[in-house]
Design a protein around this ligand. Structure first.
Ligand code: CUA
Length: 289
């Protein structure tokens, strides 16, 4: 009892809240109490629909609850006042059923149209092709070299030593280079992801891109694409509980100017397509193992 009383003191709660915000603020540039900053093309519409739904449900909740409280007080049990039985009102029923039906239909049609543009339409041809393969517990990234083409990924070939499931003789892959937990992309350029997993279900998640895609082993997802509109440093986090090390499955994600991207890519050596060549991250012993 004594412990409990102390545990929930306002001071303790305030301390906890402050602690959580400090830790979060380390990671995030903007307020931790609201949506993170958005830097992707689809994010604006996703945020728009979020606010539309928030206002609709917020206003409805206030109206419904205030009416309910008013009625509860007004028609409370009182001595000498008998109860009345009401069958309801058909006109009212029809009205308050029809309005939400149209609201839900509008939301569904708008959301479906957005989803189609995000995931069903073909990504732009000039998009940067980028392979991202999750493993316990980190991110393998594969960039096309000067030819702009990635080696073809085959989910059946993915294995311990071949995270991207590529054919070592694939000519498109000769100049590809790989990184580990280090994703850099040029601002303003469409990026088409080729997502896969080496072992269990992981999830590609960047809150600032409003982008989230599960990666089930045995599949390659090549339909996810986006474009950024601001530079910044973010975090590529895994959003699917994938094992004991899930909490530390995150990589650096930099959105940089095209010049900075070119300079960064320049220094990267082509990777032989076979497996044994996966680079060991320099900080592996510290951060990722
Ligand atoms: Cu991978 Cu959580």
């Amino acid at each position: 009892m004594l412990f409990r009383a102390r545990f929930w003191t306002p001071a303790f709660l305030a301390w906890m809240v402050a602690g959580v915000s400090l830790v979060q603020a380390e990671i995030r540039e903007t307020s931790v109490w609201w949506l993170p900053r958005n830097v992707s093309n689809f994010g604006h519409e996703i945020d728009f629909i979020f606010y539309v739904i928030l206002w609709l449900t917020g206003v409805t909740a206030v109206l419904v609850f205030s009416t309910m409280i008013y009625f509860i007080v007004k028609y409370r049990a009182r001595a000498g006042v008998g109860a009345i039985h009401s069958h309801g009102n058909n006109t009212l029923e029809v009205v308050w059923t029809t309005i939400p039906v149209f609201i839900f239909l509008a939301l569904a049609i708008y959301g479906n149209e957005m989803w189609t543009r995000m995931r069903m339409e073909t990504p732009p041809n000039d998009a940067l092709q980028l392979a991202v393969v999750g493993e316990q517990f980190g991110w393998n990234l594969r960039y096309p070299g000067p030819d702009g083409k990635l080696a073809k990924m085959d989910a059946q070939k993915v294995g311990k030593d071949n995270p991207f499931g590529v054919d070592p003789n694939d000519p498109d892959g000769r100049d590809d280079f790989t990184t580990y937990n280090d994703m850099v992309i040029p601002v303003g350029k469409a990026v088409r992801l080729h997502l896969g997993s080496k072992d269990v279900i992981h999830s590609f998640y960047v809150p600032e891109f409003r982008l989230y895609q599960d990666m089930v082993p045995g599949r390659v997802y090549d339909f996810v694409w986006f474009k950024t509109d601001a530079i910044g440093q973010f975090q590529l986090a895994c959003n699917q509980l994938c094992g004991q090390g899930h909490y530390k499955m995150f990589g650096k994600l930099g959105v940089v100017t095209p010049e900075e991207f070119a300079a960064w890519a320049q220094g990267k050596a082509p990777t032989a397509t076979t497996a044994a060549s996966r680079p060991v991250p320099p900080d592996a012993s510290v951060a990722n193992r």
